[in-house]
Ligand binder design. Structure first.
Ligand code: ZN
Ligand code: CA
Ligand code: ZN
Length: 514
C-alpha cells in the first residue's frame, strides 16, 4: 500500500457523512463506518468500491474519468464500483470510504443450498476475455461454450468447493447457478442487468426498493410508447408490451396505465432505438444486448427512471425466438425495481427463455416490493422462497401389515375456518449482521448469529434452524441473536422472521466448522 493511500484512510476517519451511508450488496448490507477501509492496489490494477458523501453525479464521474479511474457500476446508496491500473488519486473527490468485495459478496446464496454442478461466472466488465478463461481453468473448472452468453460471462463446471477461490479473484464479480437451458445450449435471451445514470447495477448489488408509494400507499405508474420497431405491426407491439405489464400487475399491488407524455414523472417511456440513442449505453447491433431498463426513482432521476429501451436492430417477433412479450416481461421487472434472480428458470434470471408468464420466484419478488395485487381482498398465501435443505426424516420402523379399519371418530360438523382479519401479505424482512458474510468459518462448536428484522405490521418471532436438524427461537425480534450449534463441516443456518399473519422472510449463512 502506498503511503498516500494510508494518509487518505486516516483523513477519512473523521468524515461526517461516513456514519450515515450504507453499502447495499445482495449478500450484505453494511455501514462502512463499522468496517476498516482497505484496498490493496497492485501494479496490475484492481476493482474496488468508492463511497462518496453524496450521490456521485456527472461531475464526480467526469473527474474520475480524467484521473483514469474507470466507473464500472453503481452501488447504492452513494458508491461506485471502479477500477484503475495503479494507485488512484482520490484527493478532493469527496470519497468517504473505499474497499473491495469479499469472496462471499460474490457468491449467490443459491449456490450453497442448491448446487447444480454448473455455474455462471460473471466477470468485472473490463477484464480481458482470454484472462477470464485462463483464470477459471487455473482454478480447475471446465468451460462450457455457449453462443448465447453475453460478453464477460462464462459457463463452467467443476468442484463447488473451489468456488470460493474463484470468487476471491479480483476479476470475478458474481457467481450463480447455471440454468439447465444454459448447460444444454437451448436458445435463451441474456440481460446484462438494470441501469442507473451512474452506471449499470451488477449482480452483487441489492435490488432497489421499488417505486415510492404515494400518500395512500399505492403505486400508480404510467407508460408511454415513444417509438416502436418497424418490423412488426404497431398495435401488435404495443399489445404485447401491455400484456407484459398486465402480467406483473396481476400479482403485485401496482397499476400501470397509458400516460400522456414520455417525460412525465412515474412514467415508463418505451423506446426502440439502434446504436447510440441518447443515454450512456449504446446498443450493439443484432444479437448481444436486446434491451435495457433504468431502475425506478429515486435511484434514477426523472424522467429516465423506469424507461425501457429495446434494440431496434433485433429481429423482433411475436411468439417465437426474439419474442417481444418475453423480453418486455423481463425488462418490465427491472422497470418496477426488481434485480436479477439466481433461480434458474425464473423470468428474472439473467438468461431467460421464451415465456408465457411469471414464475413463483418472480411473483414473490414483486410482492416483496409492493404486496400482492388487490391486497384488501383475501389473497393467496405469499409464495415462500425455497426452504433450506430438507432435514433427514427419522428412520421409520417397518410398515405394519394392514390392520382392521380404524375406529371412526364421531362425526364432527365441518369446522368453520376462523374469521380472518384483513389479510397482511407482506412478509417481514430479515438481515443477518453477524457473521458479516454468507460463508463463515470457525473452530468452535457453536456460532453466535445476530441481526435485525422488520415488518409492515410487526415481527412476532424469529426462529433459526440448521441443515443438521437443530432449531430454536432467537432472543429478540427486531434485533435478534441466537447461539447455534454446529457439526464439523458445513452447516447451513437459516434464520426466519415471522409476522402475526404467518408470513416469513429468511436469510441463510453457511458456517464451516474446522
Ligand atoms: Zn435483466
Ligand atoms: Ca443487440
Ligand atoms: Zn438506452
Amino acid at each position: 500500500m502506498k503511503p498516500s493511500i494510508v494518509g487518505l484512510a486516516l483523513l477519512l476517519i473523521g468524515h461526517s457523512a461516513w456514519a450515515q451511508e450504507v453499502i447495499r450488496l445482495r449478500n450484505r448490507v453494511f455501514r462502512p463506518s463499522q468496517t476498516a477501509s482497505r484496498v490493496e492496489l497492485t501494479a496490475h490494477g484492481s476493482h474496488y468500491i468508492l463511497q462518496f458523501g453524496a450521490f456521485p453525479g456527472p461531475s464526480v464521474r467526469g473527474e474520475l474519468a480524467r484521473r483514469h479511474i474507470r466507473v464500472l457500476g453503481y452501488v447504492p446508496d452513494s458508491a461506485l464500483m471502479v477500477s484503475s491500473d495503479g494507485p488512484p488519486d482520490l484527493d478532493g473527490l469527496g470519497v468517504t470510504w473505499f474497499g473491495r468485495l469479499d469472496a462471499a459478496d460474490k457468491m449467490s446464496p443459491e449456490l450453497s443450498t442448491d448446487p447444480v454442478g454448473a455455474y455462471l461466472v460473471i466477470f468485472q466488465p473490463d477484464v480481458n476475455p482470454l484472462e477470464e478463461r485462463a483464470l477459471v481453468e487455473a482454478e480447475g473448472f471446465d468451460i462450457l461454450d455457449n453462443p448465447y452468453l453475453l460478453p464477460g460471462q462464462l459457463l463452467v463446471t467443476g468442484d463447488a468447493n473451489s468456488l470460493p477461490w474463484l470468487a476471491a479473484s479480483d476479476w470475478v464479480a458474481y457467481i450463480l447457478p447455471a440454468s439447465a437451458d444454459l448447460v444444454s445450449g437451448s436458445p435463451v435471451m441474456g440481460c446484462a442487468g438494470p441501469l442507473t445514470e451512474a452506471g449499470p447495477v451488477a449482480e452483487y448489488v441489492a435490488a432497489c426498493a421499488g417505486w415510492p408509494k404515494d400518500s395512500s400507499g399505492n403505486v400508480a405508474l404510467q407508460y408511454f410508447f415513444e417509438s416502436l420497431t418497424d418490423k412488426l405491426d404497431q398495435a401488435t407491439v404495443e399489445g404485447e408490451i401491455e400484456r407484459a405489464f398486465r402480467e406483473w400487475q396481476k400479482y403485485g399491488n401496482i397499476t400501470l396505465s397509458p400516460g400522456a407524455q414520455a417525460d412525465a414523472a412515474r412514467t415508463i417511456a418505451i423506446l426502440f432505438a439502434r446504436g447510440a440513442h441518447g443515454d450512456a449505453y449504446p446498443f450493439d447491433g443484432p444479437g448481444g444486448v436486446l434491451a435495457h431498463t433504468f431502475y425506478p426513482a429515486p435511484q434514477n432521476g426523472e424522467p429516465v427512471a423506469g424507461d425501457m429501451h429495446f434494440d431496434a436492430d433485433e429481429s423482433w417477433q411475436v411468439g417465437s425466438a426474439m419474442d417481444v412479450f418475453s423480453v418486455a416481461l423481463h425488462e418490465a421487472g427491472h422497470a418496477l425495481g426488481l434485480g436479477h434472480s439466481s433461480i434458474p428458470g425464473a423470468v428474472m434470471y439473467p438468461y431467460y427463455r421464451f415465456s408465457s408468464g411469471l414464475t413463483d420466484d418472480d411473483i414473490a419478488g414483486i410482492r416483496s416490493l409492493y404486496g400482492a395485487a388487490g391486497s384488501q381482498t383475501p389473497a393467496a398465501p405469499p409464495v415462500q422462497p425455497p426452504a433450506q435443505p430438507p432435514v433427514q426424516p427419522p428412520v421409520q420402523p417397518p410398515a405394519q401389515p394392514p390392520a382392521q379399519p380404524p375406529v371412526q371418530p364421531p362425526v364432527q360438523p365441518p369446522a368453520q375456518p376462523p374469521a380472518k382479519p384483513p389479510t397482511d401479505i407482506t412478509p417481514p424482512s430479515l438481515t443477518i449482521l453477524s457473521p458479516g458474510s454468507t460463508i463463515a468459518s470457525t473452530s468452535s462448536p457453536s456460532i453466535h448469529v445476530s441481526g435485525t428484522a422488520s415488518d409492515n405490521v410487526g415481527v412476532t418471532a424469529v426462529k433459526w434452524s440448521t441443515s443438521n436438524g437443530d432449531s430454536g427461537d432467537a432472543t429478540g425480534t427486531t434485533a435478534w441473536s441466537a447461539d447455534v450449534p454446529l457439526l464439523v463441516g458445513n452447516t447451513v443456518v437459516t434464520v426466519r422472521a415471522y409476522d402475526a399473519a404467518g408470513n416469513s422472510g429468511w436469510r441463510s449463512v453457511t458456517v464451516v466448522r474446522h
